[in-house]
Design a protein around this ligand. Structure first.
Ligand code: EPU
Length: 338
């Protein structure tokens, strides 16, 4: 284990923002963490980085960046309907999805091609095409950064919500997630979810029978069309959450914008497509310097080159203000701004 000084974080965040960490350490095992804990560096302010796919870095980080790079994917236990499988935090999420497909295990095929690593995937409760990680979540193990103890979090303990978990709220900054366990289904027990978006249509176009493999292929195709590849254009997926408003508020907005895209939730609440709001307000494809709004999905902010984190943050504020002025709806960011 080596502690480096003055390290550029450009290749450690999918926005490709070039800020520096005063100290940087890559962790490959719990033993590395223990060793790090016994150094003076450990008393500094800490930032845990996984795949760096849900973070906007706006300034140099004066403390210690811990890059969680623990590896390993395993079948843990056979259940009545499938398998409990595990992935260490540093495993790339999509590679893990591909492994589950190779094993013919179902449950996360709709979550194909999402950038990031397995540890942070659960922190964010990643979701796409009608499925969230919480749907197959079994448990996770996390290292208490203060005490050094490993704690097991059940699904209930994680307090999952829409792109939310306890690790973004009360326990923010307190744990490093080390290992994720999911409960997946074997052949014969797969539960396919194809009603969301254009999945069925895409499978039809592929001319394939509907199964976990074709669902994954369809999702990959759709995502490739709509979302920019972070390897080509820096981005962090959806920058904002889809806001939830009341029925009476929706009725008011509908007077001026009857075509507003909305999805009914329980209790007379409605989820509004933030991408639609941003497009309607005229921001889709907007670019100022190297910061911009993606041309195919207005919910995604992009770094076309060497934009500063502050440029992206400024643009996001302008968009929020504009959406508030136009629709009287508040947008909340999904990405963690540091
Ligand atoms: N829309 C527009 N203009 C746009 C973008 C979207 O009018 O520029 C409309 C679409 O036409 C559609 C609706 O908004 O009617 C929803 O669009 P889409 O299916 O693309 O999904 P989304 O709600 O914009 C969410 C997630 C994505 C996830 C997709 C698919 C959030 C914040 N985002 O986006 O997740 O891939 O659904 O399930 O919930 C992410 O979190 O990083 C992410 C990419």
């Amino acid at each position: 284990m080596e502690i480096l000084e003055n390290v550029s974080l450009k290749s450690f965040n999918t926005f490709g923002i070039d800020v520096k960490a005063a100290f940087f350490c890559e962790i490959q095992s719990i033993e590395d963490l223990e060793e790090l804990k016994n150094t003076d560096f450990y008393t500094k302010e800490k930032l845990i980085l996984g795949g760096g796919s849900n973070i906007l870095l706006t300034k140099d980080f004066d403390g210690l960046v811990i890059h969680a790079n623990l590896k390993g994917i395993k079948k843990e236990e056979t259940t009545a309907t499938g398998q409990i499988v595990s992935a260490m935090a540093g495993e790339n999420w999509h590679d893990f999805v591909l492994w589950t497909l190779k094993e013919n295990l179902g449950g996360i095929e709709n979550l194909s091609f999402i950038p990031g690593n397995c540890g942070t995937a659960s922190m964010q409760n990643i979701g796409a095409y009608g499925v969230e990680i919480k749907d197959t979540f079994y448990k996770l193990e996390a290292y208490n950064l203060e005490t050094g103890a490993i704690k097991i979090f059940s699904k209930k303990d994680c307090q999952f919500g829409y792109r939310e978990s306890i690790f973004k709220k009360e326990e923010k900054g307190n744990f490093l997630i080390t290992k994720l366990y999911l409960e997946l289904k074997s052949e014969g027990n797969h539960e396919l979810k194809t009603s969301y978006g254009a999945i069925s249509e895409e499978i039809g176009n592929l001319g394939k029978e509907t199964n976990i493999h074709s669902v994954s292929e369809a999702v990959i195709n759709i995502r490739k069309r709509k979302l920019p590849n972070p390897k080509e254009i820096g981005n962090s997926g959806s920058f904002f959450k889809n806001p939830v408003i009341s029925g009476s508020k929706l009725d008011l907005v509908k007077k001026e914008f009857p075509e507003i895209v909305n999805y009914p939730l329980n209790g007379n609440q409605f989820k509004i497509a933030a991408g639609w709001l941003i497009e309607k307000a005229g921001w889709k494809g907007y670019r100022k310097g190297n910061a911009g709004v993606h041309k195919n999905q207005a919910l995604v902010l992009v770094n076309y080159g060497d934009a500063l984190g502050a440029d992206i943050e400024k643009l996001s504020k302008e968009i929020r203000e504009s959406i508030f002025r136009t629709f009287d709806i508040e947008l909340e960011t999904e990405v963690n701004i540091i």
